[in-house]
Write a protein that binds this ligand. Structure first.
Ligand code: UD1
Length: 418
């Protein structure tokens, strides 16, 4: 199993490009299931989660053409003879549930293995199911699978009990081919939902309100093909900003935008960083030592849970104490014990962590437990004295494209050990 060896203590400087967003790409690729015509995507990141989804789509009968060098993928779902997502693929990536809505809408039937829990919490999919049932689908959970059937979905008024990102995306996709109007209330406002809506509109869908908490979709008989550029990855952007901030560095990130990152940029400025926002780039200059900043995660546009671990890492070496509250997932502090192995002073009480900054961290062997937890360990390793070895970095390969290359380009001493 691959490990990452980091020699800490280097100030990150220089410029790198940001990749297309994983969390936008996954629902966008699933949207191709809604049409018999080809859909082409550009700015597709090279990530294990994307490989897994493409494998899943291919098993259903979708023709996949990918140009890795160009970062493009074309999907042709003219033949969909197997609307099934089996456990062996779903278990490695919860976002596989995103095929459910499009499959039911297009084929009138779908069998998708239940994703089950994951390291950061139980993560049920009851809201996805409830929404499809409200649209007239008969849904049964049997033998660990969600099995949904319906002659044609009917437009309905949907209200989700909590803000769910993939739930909103699944139901929005399903509603595109439903008979009549669907209104999703309490919808997620994440930029990835807007990116998906824009692609669907390009395919002929009639959607208004994406980016607000009420999305209206008027169903159409069929959707057409299109070409869509995937938005930049705001979490990858935020992660490199944190890495540079923690090391007292100065970097510029291109092919990205500050407009999806207000909450994160605000906190980095509170920590003492200077930030310059350009149209398609962000520059950051960090002080010699950051000031501690408290954060509370909540749905967009508030501070993202996917940046919580990285902010815990930067607070570990900041001056002062920070309080970190996680309100989205119930078990998302697993990185704290690993950060403690590097010398961090963190106390956890339920969904709250109190981080008292220390003057330095010391390298050690630590274990990655989930994608963003791994990113926090990389940041801590970059500032720690001596060598840090991060085990189980397959988590990082799910969501960070060419991580070592990008960090090396910024001057970090990072090596992958097989
Ligand atoms: C998405 C992101 C993930 C991010 C998360 C929250 C993708 C592929 N993943 O995950 O990176 O951390 O949003 O911003 O976009 N819930 C239920 N029942 C449901 C659905 C959700 O109880 O049917 C709960 C979840 O357990 C969680 C909360 O709602 O506590 C929010 O989860 P949700 O927004 O659905 O997360 P994902 O869409 O899975």
């Amino acid at each position: 199993m691959d490990k990452l060896l980091i020699e800490g203590g280097v100030r990150l400087t220089g410029e790198i490009g940001i990749s297309g967003a994983k969390n936008a790409a996954l629902p966008l690729l699933c949207a191709a299931l809604l049409t018999r015509e080809a859909v082409t995507y550009t700015n597709v990141p090279q990530l294990n989660d994307i490989d897994t989804l493409l494998k899943l789509l291919a098993r259903m009968g979708v023709k996949v053409s990918r140009d890795l060098a160009a970062g493009t993928v074309t999907l042709d779902a003219s033949v969909l003879d197997n609307p099934v997502a089996p456990y062996d693929l779903v278990k490695t990536m919860r976002a596989s549930i995103l095929v459910l809505g499009p499959l039911v809408a297009r084929c009138g039937e779908a069998r998708v293995s239940l994703p089950g829990g994951c390291a950061i919490g139980a993560r049920p999919v009851d809201q996805h199911i409830k929404g499809l049932q409200a649209m007239g689908a008969a849904v049964r959970v049997e033998h660990g699978d969600v099995h949904a059937t319906v002659p044609r979905l009917k437009g309905a008024r949907l209200f989700t009990d909590m803000v769910t990102v993939t739930g909103t995306e699944n139901l929005m996709m399903a509603a595109c081919l439903a008979d009549g109007e669907t209104v999703i209330e309490n919808a997620a406002r994440e930029p990835e939902v807007v990116d998906l809506a824009n692609c669907l509109i390009g395919m002929g869908a009639r959607i208004t309100g994406a980016g607000t908490d009420v999305i209206r979709i008027r169903g159409v008989e069929r959707l057409a093909g299109t070409t869509h550029r995937i938005m930049p990855d705001r979490i990858e952007t935020g992660t490199y900003l944190c890495a540079a901030a923690a090391t007292g560095g100065e970097i510029r990130l291109t092919n990205t935008s500050s407009c999806y990152l207000d909450a994160v940029i605000d906190k980095l400025m509170d920590a003492g960083c200077e930030i310059v926002c350009e149209r398609d780039a962000i520059g950051l200059k960090a002080p010699a030592r950051l000031s501690a900043v408290s954060v509370r995660t909540a749905p967009y546009p508030a501070f993202p849970t996917d940046m919580q671990a990285q902010f815990m890492a930067i607070n570990c070496v900041a001056s002062g104490a920070a309080v970190i509250r996680e309100t989205i997932f119930e078990n998302r502090f697993m990185h704290a014990v690993e950060l403690q192995r590097l010398g961090a002073d963190i106390r956890i009480d339920g969904n709250t962590a109190v981080v008292q900054g220390v003057s330095h961290l010391q390298g050690a062997t630590v274990m990655a437990t989930d994608l963003r937890a791994s990113a926090s360990l990389v940041i801590a390793g970059l500032v720690a004295e001596g060598e840090t070895v991060i085990e189980r970095i397959y988590h990082l390969d799910r969501g960070y494209e060419r991580l070592e290359d990008k960090l090396t380009a910024l001057g970090a001493r990072v090596r992958r050990l097989a």
